[in-house]
Design a protein around this ligand. Structure first.
Ligand code: PGA
Length: 253
């Protein structure tokens, strides 16, 4: 039985006060609404991770970084490694978010190195995969998602893969107000689970959580999560409003 998982990606938003306020509100509400029944994580910007970790420390809310660098230490100006993230209380880390792929230019190979380093450092990676609008229109959705999953997980044994959560986020649905229909999302989640069964085995495929992301709101979260292969959601814009994010957590219960 896969436990529902709701994660809020704050992207490059909030400040030192609003990040702690938001985290405190989410922590309080989430304990009341979901208790231990739903895994909840927030992904603040690097500079607020430690303060947010403090604000959620006595709740069921975990902290996730939005990115990581794969080297262990040294002359990599501006980068943050796994042990630093562990040190300040991170549990999860996003790898390969579409904005890192398409705005910053990260490749599948780099994302695989980051994900591998995250697991080696004791973090739980959330591997984001998903097609562009043009790729969907060209009927390349399955091909693109297959490449993201296979290259993202390359070289990992099943034990390591069991630490991974996958987030299917069609790029055309991120921040656009367009959401994949629950049927479209379920089709892709089922496709990813079958792919994992081929790559590893059906038991592992049944255990891995696959989240949906892309304009998730209180109004569509319950229907998305009612689908058999949608185990939770990765929320951007709506995770910046305490009430909206709590309503989405409630939808997961
Ligand atoms: P959105 O972002 O909910 O604002 O569409 C989702 C994401 O990028 O993870």
């Amino acid at each position: 039985m896969r436990k529902p998982f709701v994660a809020g990606n704050w992207k490059m938003n909030t400040d030192s006060h609003s990040s702690v306020d938001l985290a405190t509100g989410v922590a309080r509400g989430s304990v009341e609404l979901a208790g231990q029944g739903v895994d909840v994580a927030v992904c603040p910007p690097f500079v607020y991770l430690q303060a947010v970790a403090g604000a959620v420390s006595s709740s069921n809310v975990s902290v996730s970084a939005q990115d990581i660098y794969f080297e262990a230490k040294g002359a990599f100006t501006g980068e943050i490694n796994a042990s630093m993230l562990k040190d300040i209380g991170c549990t999860y880390v996003l790898c390969g978010h579409s904005e890192r792929r398409h705005v910053i230019g990260e490749t599948d190979e780099l994302i695989n190195k980051k994900l591998t380093a995250a697991i080696a450092g004791g973090l739980l990676p959330i591997l984001c995969v998903g097609e562009l609008q043009s790729e969907r229109e060209a009927s390349q959705t399955e091909e693109v998602v297959t490449r993201h999953v296979k290259k993202g997980l390359a070289g990992l044994n099943p034990e390591k893969v069991s630490a991974v959560t996958i987030a299917y986020e069609p790029v055309w649905a991120i921040g656009t107000g367009l959401t994949a229909t629950p049927q479209q999302a379920q089709e892709m989640h089922q496709f990813i689970r079958k792919l994992l069964a081929q790559m590893y085995d059906s038991q592992l495929a049944e255990e891995i959580r696959i989240l949906y992301g892309g304009s998730v709101k209180p109004g569509n979260a319950a229907e998305l999560m009612s689908k058999p292969d949608i185990d939770g959601v990765l929320v951007g814009g709506a995770s910046l409003k305490t009430d909206d994010f709590l309503a989405i957590i409630q939808a997961a219960t």
